[in-house]
Design a protein around this ligand. Structure first.
Ligand code: CP
Length: 308
């Protein structure tokens, strides 16, 4: 007998905090089903999606493109640099226009935190919104692909020890992940430069020096140094950062057997992570990118079900 899990239905996906545990697990399991070849049964003959990226992206943008195409959704191309954004069109008016054209779902990445507030309060914008990253705020789809990768590896979250290391203050990935990992029962630790750590993170876990953590945790989640969000006065060279806060080859040798290395990418090789570790046997960075397609198929399915 094949037991089909109940389909998740979401109006939008803006933060992970807004999801119930059941929705999180449902999206992960549906991502796994898509990875294993499951097909989507759409309620309408034709759906339109648009990917509105106002900040640079390779993985999020292109994996949404692939996910949409795998589901048979028509993708309406958008390039901010050649659109009416250059004539002063606001984000609200861009999304309003896409909605008026009949777009069902808009994936948006924007530099402003909570950019979506007035979009979801609008009575005229009809399309679902999926947050592809809002400034240093949240990155819910990255969090879900990270969770899918951890679940695929360990089959659980309860009791796992996860270290989040690096430029935590500026990382929307870190914020989404610390919230959801703690909620799902993982023990979260932090490490990295003190100036990129905030006491508000203590609600989710504790700060420890990297050399105390590396042999203890199941997951080493390394973060990109976000040069574009700094004011240009970083106090260490790439080499100094790598030696003090990076996962060097020497540190990786001290990791527990079965422990894995994750990174949302793009990786600054030989800064957060030694170049040779990126595609090494402990790393799951390629699986993270692959899983991104499947979990985003699950998210698109859920948001389109929420519009039905
Ligand atoms: N991890 C991530 O968000 O990568 P991109 O910036 O390339 O989308």
């Amino acid at each position: 007998m094949i037991i089909q899990q109940e389909r998740i239905s979401l109006k939008h996906l803006l933060t992970v905090e807004a999801l119930t545990d059941q929705e999180v697990m449902g999206l992960i399991r549906r991502g796994q089903e898509f990875k294993n070849g499951a097909k989507w049964t759409p309620e309408k003959e034709q759906y339109f999606a648009t990917n509105l990226f106002f900040e640079n992206s390779t993985r999020t943008h292109k994996s949404f493109d692939v996910a949409e195409k795998k589901l048979g959704i028509e993708v309406i191309e958008f390039d901010a640099s050649t659109s009416s954004v250059q004539k002063g069109e606001t984000l609200y008016d861009t999304v309003l226009t896409m909605s008026a054209l009949g777009v069902d779902v808009a994936v948006i990445r924007h530099g402003d935190e909570n950019y979506y507030d007035d979009l979801i309060q609008s009575k005229t914008i009809q399309c679902g919104i999926i947050n592809g990253g809002d400034g240093s705020g949240q990155h819910p789809t990255q969090c879900l692909l990270d969770l899918m990768t951890i679940y695929e590896e360990f089959g659980r979250f309860e009791g796992l020890k996860v270290a989040i290391v690096g430029d935590i203050t500026h990382s929307r990935v870190a914020k989404s992940n610390m919230q959801m990992l703690k909620r799902l029962g993982a023990q979260v630790f932090f490490s990295g430069p003190a100036q990129w750590y905030d006491e508000e993170f203590e609600v989710y876990g504790h700060y420890l020096p990297l050399d105390e953590l590396v042999g203890e945790v199941d997951v080493m989640m390394m973060l990109r140094v976000q040069h574009e969000r700094h004011d240009g006065n970083e106090s260490f060279s790439k080499e100094e950062y790598h030696q003090q806060y990076g996962l060097t080859v020497g540190r990786a040798k001290k990791m527990k057997e079965g422990a894995i290395i994750m990174h949302p990418a793009p990786v600054n090789r030989d800064v957060e992570l030694a170049d040779s570790l990126v595609e090494g046997y402990q790393a799951r960075i390629i699986q993270q990118m692959t899983n991104g397609v499947f979990v985003r198929m699950a998210i698109l399915e859920a948001v389109l079900a929420g519009r039905a």
